[in-house]
Structures are given as structure tokens and as C-alpha cells.
Design a protein around this ligand. Structure first.
Ligand SMILES: [Cu+2]
Length: 477
């Protein structure tokens, strides 16, 4: 927690008790004498998992480019403090966005607790408009469900509300506003909520990664998302970050690994991981019975859903993990670029350059060239496809990261280990021998089949023309 701003925060993970509070037999809403301090995070790097110091043991999660919210014990209540507020988030080096989030960041910090825990969550509203927090997927008293107008009054700006409930089942959950929801989610308000099993051995893994799938529509050069966009988002994020800004998922060889994600965008995302097959272990509804799970290499996550999959990391390497909608591994710009494959743009480019010096035609042979191009971009804009690895440009953006499986990592080592050293002779290589002449169709001539497509605007004449069967002459079958 090196980057945790301390702003009066007294300690982490259950050690802290604010002045005026005692650890005695306090419980119930009359008992709390003060609001716990709200820690805040400004650093976009993945913070070390928050190891529990009280209560049952569990494997804490690693929130990609995020952190877990410290709590304090107050009697038998676990107390958290969320602050809804405007935040500045770096989406990847080179681009910042002005978003709304919690405790200094979008998404907000991950809340972690244990099945059976009684949680008291203070929510302070520092937004310019009202808000609420809905605890997506939790079983709780109806009045704690956070639907503004329906189950509680909206939380006005400047006010603090308290949510209290007991965590009745373990699993993978989220939180987000249910108050001017379209705007507040488009601005980045959301967070992960993991409830660990009471039995520390139940479905335990060695590394447990969490991230939210979210999306923004930010014009190149702008900082604030357009909040009325319904489908046409241009920044497809994991935890409000895009490749190459998304940290790798660092894993020790033979570790049991869980990857959990929740989808708070407006479309589904088929999340695909290379190198392994995995099994879905947890959904919105709870744990999947192992007997009911099957092997997959991609798992679709619909809007509002959560999925967790497990695998044993027995194949070392740098394995891509990404959304399989290829537009979702691209950054802003370019989704509306016209297709020019096969078009010779040289002449056109010459003419356009007279009007716009420096004009560069794009995409006559595909768009791969853009991955390595150093093009001038508007300020605060990311290239459409970018990122470099040991063999060259990766030509990705958006929802893309790398599962880095390495030999001999220490238990809590999540540091980026650099690129994988492939054992000799195990990398795809250029063929150096002679290529046999490829089989080709016969040249146009007397016996040649007339399969070639002709330009219909050109008159048919000469030797080529004779290769074409006369109109109506293709009969006899
Ligand atoms: Cu996607």
C-alpha cells in the first residue's frame, strides 16, 4: 500500500480504530460514533493484494490497475467508507480522462469481505448531483439495495448515507449507482465486491485477479466522456484502462489461478485467453458445481453479468488475454476509417498533399502498418493500435493484456517479469529453403478456362477476349 494517501487514515485492514471508537461490544446503527476515514488512491498501478489481518484467512484478490479498500472493525461490524467524487484517471500513458469514481479512482476500490461478515458501508457524496450505491448480486434487506427512489431516498450532494447488511453468500459481486445511472456509469462509477468463503480452503486459488469491463466515449483530444452514447463507445477498458495501460496478470508456474470480471458496458464481451483451457467457476448466481463446468477458451460476459474462470498455470509464457470483438482491442480513432485495402492511393495522396501537407494514405495493404507508425495525434489521444513487445508492434488497444506465467515466482510477487524467454527452437521462424513454384491457372489461351473476372467497363478484344466464351455459349449440360 505504498501509494495509499494517508489523509488521516489510521492504518489498514482492520487494525485501525478511529478516535471515539472502541472495539467493545458495539453493534447496530446507534453504536458508531464516527465515520471511518476514507483512504484514497491516485496511482494507476496494480496495488499489492490486501492481506487480511483479522477474521478468517483468505486469498485476497489483485485488482488490475486498482486496489482494495481498507476497513476497520467496529465491534463485529466491518466498516468501509466510500466517497463518490470526480476523479482524474490515466487510461494509458498519453491520455487522461476526467471521470467520476470512488476514493480517488475509477473504478472504485474493490471491497473484500468474508461470507457471514456484517458490513457497514458509509457512502459520502461529493458529486455535483445525487447518487446511491447498489450492491449488485447481494442478498440483503430490500432497503439496502440502493435503488434511488424505490428503496431509499437519493443521497444528496454533501451527505453521507450508511448501508448495513450481512454477507449471506460468497462469490463475485459489483457495486454501482442506481441513481442517474446512465450518466454515472458512463462517467466511470463502479467497483468490484468479492465475498470470500468462510472456509478458507473452499475453491481456494493462489492468484485471484479481478477487473470490470467498462467503456467510454471520449472524442480524440477531449477529457470528459460523452454520457449519452448508447452503443458507439470508442474506449474499451478493463478497470478504466486500455492497452498498453493494462497491467499484466503475473502468475507463478503451476499456480491455481482465478480471473473474475463483471461487465458494466452496453454490450457483451467474449473474453478469450490463449494457451489454456479454463473452467467457469463462479457466475452472478454463485459457485458453479465442478461437475457442471466444462472447458472453454473464451467466455462471453453479457451486460450486467459477472464471470470467474479457473485454470492451473502449467504452461509458461506470455499468453494474450483479450476481448474477442476485434473493435474492442482498438482505441479511439479509426473505427470509422474507410476501407482502402487494394486501392492504390499514391496519386490521390499526391493531390491531397497539395492541400494538406503531410497527408498520409492509410490501409491500402491492411492497417497493420499503423501499429508501428509514429503519427502526430491530437493532445490527450491514444493511437488506435499500439504497444510493443519483444518481437515488434503488438497492434492492439482496448481490452487486451498478457498473462505472464513464470517459473519460481514468490507467493506475492506481482511485478512485471518482462518478456518471456522462449526456449530455443520454440518460436515460429522464417522458412529458409527453396519454395516450389506454386500451382497456377493456365495463362489465357485456346484451352484455358475462362474463369477470370473481367472489368465490365472495358471492351473485350484480342487474345484475352477470345478466352471468354461467347454469350450463351455455355450449354450442353
Ligand atoms: Cu468486447
Amino acid at each position: 500500500m505504498t501509494n495509499l494517501s494517508r489523509r488521516g487514515f489510521l492504518g489498514s485492514s482492520g487494525l485501525a480504530l478511529a478516535s471515539g471508537l472502541t472495539a467493545g461490544a458495539v453493534s447496530g446503527r446507534a453504536a458508531f460514533a464516527g465515520v471511518p476515514e476514507a483512504p484514497t488512491m491516485a496511482d494507476a498501478a496494480t496495488q499489492p493484494p490486501l492481506t487480511p489481518t483479522t477474521g478468517p484467512d483468505y486469498q485476497p484478490v489483485a485488482t488490475l490497475n486498482g486496489w482494495s479498500l481498507p476497513w476497520r472493525m467496529n465491534g463485529d461490524w466491518k466498516e468501509f467508507h466510500l466517497v463518490a467524487e470526480p476523479v482524474e484517471r490515466e487510461l494509458a500513458p498519453g491520455m487522461k480522462a476526467y471521470l467520476w469514481g470512488y476514493n480517488g479512482q475509477s473504478p472504485g476500490p474493490t471491497i473484500e469481505a468474508v461470507e457471514g461478515d456484517r458490513v457497514r458501508i458509509f457512502v459520502t457524496n461529493r458529486l455535483p448531483e445525487h447518487t446511491t450505491v447498489h450492491w449488485h448480486g447481494q442478498r440483503l434487506p430490500n432497503g439496502m439495495d440502493g435503488v434511488g427512489g424505490l428503496t431509499q431516498p437519493h443521497i444528496p450532494p454533501g451527505k453521507t448515507f450508511v448501508y448495513e447488511f450481512q454477507l449471506r453468500r460468497s462469490g463475485t459481486f459489483m457495486y454501482h449507482p442506481h441513481s442517474d445511472e446512465m450518466v454515472q456509469m458512463a462517467m466511470g462509477m463502479m467497483g468490484f465486491f468479492v465475498v470470500h468463503p468462510k472456509d478458507p480452503a473452499f475453491r481456494r486459488v493462489d492468484r485471484d485477479f479481478v477487473f470490470l469491463l467498462n467503456a467510454f466515449d471520449i472524442e480524440p483530444g477531449a477529457y470528459v466522456p460523452k454520457v449519452n452514447t448508447m452503443l458507439d463507445f470508442n474506449l474499451w477498458c478493463w478497470n478504466s484502462r486500455v492497452f498498453p495501460g493494462i497491467d499484466p496478470l503475473v502468475v507463478g508456474r503451476n499456480d491455481r489461478v482465478r480471473v473474475r470480471f463483471g461487465n458494466l458496458t452496453m454490450t457483451n464481451h467474449p473474453i478469450h485467453m490463449h494457451g489454456y483451457e479454463f473452467r467457469v467457476s463462479c457466475t452472478d448466481g454463485g459457485w458453479v458445481d465442478p461437475a457442471a463446468a466444462w472447458d472453454e477458451v473464451s467466455i462471453d460476459c453479457a451486460v450486467g453479468q459477472m464471470r470467474a474462470f479457473d485454470f492451473v498455470a502449467d504452461e509458461p509464457g506470455d499468453w494474450a488475454i483479450h476481448c474477442h470483438k476485434s473493435h474492442h482491442t482498438m482505441n479511439a480513432m479509426g473505427h470509422s476509417v474507410k476501407t482502402y485495402i487494394g486501392v492504390d492511393q499514391k496519386e490521390l495522396a499526391k493531390r491531397i498533399r497539395k492541400l494538406t501537407p503531410g497527408y498520409m494514405p492509410m490501409g491500402a495493404t491492411g492497417m497493420g502498418e499503423m501499429g508501428s507508425m509514429e503519427m502526430p495525434l491530437p493532445d490527450n489521444t491514444l493511437p488506435m493500435m499500439t504497444g510493443f513487445a519483444q518481437f515488434g508492434p503488438v497492434e492492439m488497444g482496448g481490452m487486451f493484456s498478457v498473462v505472464k506465467v513464470r517459473e519460481g515466482l514468490a507467493k506475492n510477487d506481482y511485478k512485471d517479469p518482462g518478456w518471456f524467454k522462449n526456449p530455443e527452437g520454440t518460436v515460429a521462424f522464417e522458412y529458409q529453403g527453396q519454395l516450389p513454384a506454386p500451382a497456377r491457372a493456365a495463362p489465357p489461351g485456346a484451352d484455358a478456362p475462362a474463369w477470370r473476372v473481367k472489368d465490365p467497363r472495358k471492351p473485350v478484344s484480342g487474345a484475352q477476349g477470345q478466352a471468354r466464351p461467347p454469350a450463351g455459349g455455355h450449354s450442353g449440360h
